[in-house]
Design a protein around this ligand. Structure first.
Ligand SMILES: [Zn+2]
Length: 219
């Protein structure tokens, strides 16, 4: 899955997945953001701030260094660039991050309710529970710190009163994590209405995750 991207290709992918989060109703308007870390280079390609995904051309995503300094691009990087850089600094296994404001996941983020490990595909892709990071205002150093601390070694975290951060080995996997979080949030709310939620054991979660990471798919 580790394919070395040129800056041009990374920008294309960031713009493409921006259109996908808009078309999948994971965000409204210009909210949400996407980034891709360049392998072997201390650079991150991230969506620009406040540009509609419909209008986003492949040349618009911004290249920043690990301190957030703009290296290439004429636009301002996403206002959530600190979250992205802090997560990459803490996790060498990640090269893609997608941040969305999808409705069911946001409802759980508002109520401070983690999503328990309850479906096999969720265990495989996310690695267990989706926890809720303590509230801090958007764009702050504190939000970046809370996100990293609560994410730990999982692939998704809810941000209290805000939305979702999904991470992956590439942007596509991070996007799939965000879709999965929204689907699981919907199912969890439904099980609350039904009245009972049976969760998976930690042992089964570990087995499913390990299978996904080491044996799943065509290799
Ligand atoms: Zn946001």
């Amino acid at each position: 899955m580790k394919v070395k991207l040129t800056v041009e290709k990374a920008r294309e992918r960031v713009a493409k997945f921006g259109q996908k989060i808009a078309n999948s109703n994971l965000i409204l308007g210009t909210w949400g953001n996407i980034s891709c870390r360049m392998l072997d280079e201390e650079q991150v390609v991230i969506t620009p701030s406040g540009v509609s995904y419909e209008c986003m051309r492949p040349t618009m995503p911004v290249v920043v260094d690990m301190d957030g300094e703009v290296l290439e691009g004429e636009l301002k990087p996403s206002s959530e660039v600190k979250v992205h850089l802090a997560v990459y600094a803490a996790r060498n296994d990640l090269n893609g991050i997608v941040h969305t404001h999808s409705p069911y996941a946001s409802a759980l983020a508002v109520s401070g309710t983690p999503i328990p490990p309850m479906l096999e595909d969720m265990a495989a892709l996310i690695g267990g529970e989706v926890p809720v990071a303590e509230y801090a205002i958007a764009g702050s150093d504190q939000l970046a710190e809370n996100t990293v601390k609560t994410l730990g070694d999982k692939n998704a975290v809810l941000l209290a009163n805000h939305g979702v951060v999904g991470v992956g080995r590439d942007v596509e996997e991070a996007y799939n994590v965000c879709l999965m979080v929204e689907r699981c949030a919907q199912i969890y709310v439904l099980t609350k209405l039904i009245g009972n939620t049976n969760t998976l054991s930690p042992e089964d979660v570990d087995t499913l995750r390990d299978f996904y990471l080491t044996k799943y798919g065509q290799r």
